[in-house]
Design a binder for this molecule. Structure first.
Ligand code: CAA
Length: 259
């Protein structure tokens, strides 16, 4: 299948997905999300695929978040739909995939980009990677599972600090926090992911699928995602959100008023 925003290849039982919008730092617009949903579904059903590596084009960004340029005309209802649809078709679909997904984080993993990496089963970061959830700088909160998965991975204290300060952390800090499994040189990133999946490829596929299912069941008991979707939608009703997006597009500091 030919994609507009993704480069994909199946080689030796591994599916390689590169999000290919380098000029926009691989931001997730509607079209990327829709193509990701299609390729994730393909991975699930294709017997020849035993593992997936997902990365971003270029050396600067994995994914710099949801495409802020698409937010301009959003209201609460559309915001909620965006989060619900994205969570279901992309982020939860990755997490629930019977084949392991590895995020090869080759640069900025921000907002929806970090959420995409966190939906994957394993994360490897290059030394230059910066990770963060900057949504509150736009008057929003994470909407693609970030409040839930970051808390699961790094604990409540660190999650609240990262989300409310909106500050980025380095790859080394992320490894200390348990947010990434390994930090490697950018040139070794895909090789490290292949090394892990080459072990998985030798194991029993149904047992691998069952193991992933069981591990994921342990962290998804309460529906915090529903709370997140509704809260995300409500953010779009605030004037601070409009100010946050306009300020980003005008390349200036936002003036928030708390409304
Ligand atoms: N959406 C749309 N475009 C984006 C983008 C995004 N998330 N991130 C970067 N870009 C675009 C920039 O607008 C710029 O485009 P132009 O050349 O047309 O102006 C291009 O990518 C390069 O970016 P910068 O010039 O800003 O590069 P920089 O090196 O100065 O800064 C950066 C890099 C720190 C990552 C900065 O681009 C940035 O802060 N990006 C936004 C990050 C962000 O806020 N992400 C969260 C989005 S909201 C979200 O994800 C919601 C959710 O949970 C569902």
């Amino acid at each position: 299948m030919i994609y507009q925003n993704l480069i994909t290849e199946v080689k030796e039982h591994l599916l390689y997905i590169t999000i290919n919008r380098e000029k926009s730092l691989n931001a997730l617009n509607r079209s990327v999300l829709s193509e990701l949903a299609t390729v994730i579904d393909f991975a699930k059903h294709a017997d020849e695929v035993r593992g997936v590596i997902i990365t971003g084009a270029g050396e600067k960004a994995f994914v710099a978040g949801a495409d802020i340029k698409e937010f301009a005309d959003y209201d609460g209802k559309k915001g909620e739909e965006l989060a619900r649809d994205g969570q279901q078709k992309v982020f939860n679909a990755i997490e629930n995939s019977p084949k392991p997904f590895i995020a090869a984080i080759n640069g900025f993993a921000l907002g929806g980009g970090l959420e995409l990496a966190m939906a994957c089963h394993i994360r490897i970061a290059s030394e230059n990677a910066k990770l963060g959830l900057p949504e509150v700088t736009l008057g929003l909160i994470p909407g693609y599972g970030g409040t839930q998965r970051l808390t699961q991975l790094v604990g409540k204290g660190r999650a609240i600090e990262m989300i409310t300060t909106a500050n980025m952390i380095t790859a080394v800090q992320a490894e200390k926090f348990g947010l990434v499994n390994y930090v490697v040189a950018q040139t070794d990133l895909i090789g490290k992911a292949e090394e892990i999946l080459n072990f998985v490829k030798q194991r029993a596929p149904l047992a691998v699928a069952a193991a992933i299912r069981a591990v994921i069941a342990s962290v998804n008991e309460v529906d915090g995602y529903k709370v997140e979707v509704e809260s995300f939608g409500k953010c779009f009703e605030t004037s601070d959100f409009k100010e946050g997006v306009v300020a980003f597009l005008e390349k200036r500091k936002p003036q928030f008023v708390g409304k």
